[in-house]
Design a protein around this ligand. Structure first.
Ligand SMILES: Cc1ncc(COP(=O)(O)O)c(C=O)c1O
Length: 442
């Protein structure tokens, strides 16, 4: 039946709606012109400088930004594999040998290979889990893990600061989800009590989700505490260890290894985008769980398998990650020098216990952009800047990612520069400045 907005009839009352009604629906694209979203609204002044900057040159601590050399603290190349000669060789040999197309198709249909399975086997051994499945991207992978694990009867209980990929997976969950305060065991227990009550009624189960290392503040998730709660509550635990894999634990097997609780973590996830300096991801668990995921994760069933050069390149990276502990030791030398130095100078770096180094400064967005501009242009230091709405108003986070490729001289130079820009922030230099940077930045 055709519905006319001008003459709609409800029972015996005939309404004529003519006022304030557009003749037709709006064009979605009109909205896009008016509202670019919370980050996009700054694009006119920020694009190419604060957002979408181009770092040029060999990946490492010394690159070029807008034609000038910069000391770079913004890449997750934690153990320096991105430019390792053996990695570069393996990548180029594999690309020359296989090309980027192989294997064609999704893993389940035509995209499987011995190399994929070998990498899965080696990751399982390294992490200490029965089985592993490769994922073509971390983000989609996690969305899809959460989506495929949970039924509408299940309840998800997750840390408030979980990464967007976890949140987006949960957005697809038709059942209930309860959030607990970041790393707060008491809050988690409260939510577990609620979840258990509800799950008993729905006939579902409970999945707790947290991270190994939180990428913005460097906190380790309270994984071993959560595992201990399994004695009192009936749930499964999924951990995203994107920043912990390769950096944490005696062998680099991640935050679960560092906290001695790998067995209590039911599903371990990480990406190749950080320590492995590549693309792709993986999920490890008991064989029957991985087998279920293999046949039910939509992001993998309906998408192309990881290209061969990425798989062969990941095998080489994993070999180096395991056989060269000196890379991780060097990373931690730099981490300790940088974090120790910042703390000694009175900077607030929060409670990081990982390489992620947030420098928390009070100020508004305008101060932040001037300070970062000063750091980049006058001190040649490039780091990421995190402002509202990612962090609360009035707070700026300068995020530094130390790597095994940095030197103690790089740390020294950075500490001195931070001292000076803090002084300028405190004595009002930035507040008094015009803002030529924003127009100049374009
Ligand atoms: C915690 C966390 N999970 C997942 C991802 C997504 O991984 P990928 O870049 O492989 O999509 C990231 C960021 O890259 C991350 O920081």
């Amino acid at each position: 039946m055709f519905y006319s907005p001008k003459n709609c009839t409800f029972g015996v009352i005939k309404l004529t709606i003519t006022q304030n009604k557009p003749e037709t629906n709006v064009d979605i694209f009109d909205r896009l012109r008016k509202d670019l979203g919370p980050i996009g609204k700054h694009s006119a002044s920020a694009h190419g400088y604060f957002t979408f900057p181009k770092l040029v040159g060999e990946i490492g601590p010394h690159m070029h930004f807008r034609g000038k050399p910069v000391l770079n603290w913004s890449l997750n190349n934690y153990i320096g594999l991105a430019n390792h000669p053996e990695v570069r060789q393996a990548d180029s040999d594999a690309a020359a040998h296989f090309g980027m197309a192989l294997p064609m198709g999704a893993r389940m249909m035509s995209g499987n290979s011995d190399f994929h399975e070998q990498l899965e086997q080696e990751l399982s051994e390294f992490i200490g889990k029965e089985s592993t499945m490769l994922l073509n991207f971390g983000y989609q992978g996690m969305v899809s893990i959460v989506d495929s694990l949970l039924s509408r009867h299940d309840i998800a209980v997750y840390d408030a600061e979980c990464h967007a990929c976890i949140i987006d997976g949960l957005r697809m969950h038709p059942g209930k989800r309860f959030v607990f305060k970041h790393n707060d065991r008491a809050s988690l227990e409260q939510q577990l009590v609620r979840a258990q009550e509800l799950a008993t009624k729905t006939g579902g189960g409970i999945l707790v989700i947290t991270e190994g290392v939180f990428g913005m503040n460097g906190h380790q998730g309270i994984i071993s505490d959560i595992v201990a709660l399994k004695k009192e509550y009936n749930f499964r635990l999924l951990v995203d260890d994107a920043h912990g894999f390769g950096t944490m634990g005696p062998t680099g097997a991640g935050t679960t290894e560092a906290q001695g609780c790998t067995d209590g973590v039911d599903i371990y996830f990480s990406t190749f985008a950080k320590s492995m300096a590549s693309i792709g991801a993986f999920v490890s668990a008991d064989e029957y769980v991985i087998n279920y995921l293999r046949y039910n994760m939509r992001s993998q069933i309906y998408a192309k398998s990881l290209p061969m050069p990425l798989v062969v390149g990941a095998l080489k990276r994993l070999e180096l990650l395991r056989s060269k502990p000196e890379l991780r030791e060097k990373l931690w030398t730099i981490v300790n020098a940088l974090q120790g130095g910042l703390r000694a100078k009175g900077f607030n770096i929060g409670k990081t216990t990982s390489p992620v180094t947030p420098v928390i400064i009070e100020g508004d967005e305008m101060h932040a952009t001037k300070l970062v501009y000063d750091l980049r242009e006058n001190y040649g230091i490039f780091c990421s800047i995190v402002v509202y709405p990612v962090v609360p108003k009035g707070i700026i986070i300068l995020r530094l990612i130390p790597t095994a490729m940095h030197t103690l001289a790089d740390v020294e130079r950075t500490l001195n520069a931070f001292d000076e820009v803090r002084e300028k922030l405190n004595n009002g230099t930035y507040a008094a400045q015009e803002s030529p940077l924003l127009t100049e930045a374009k």
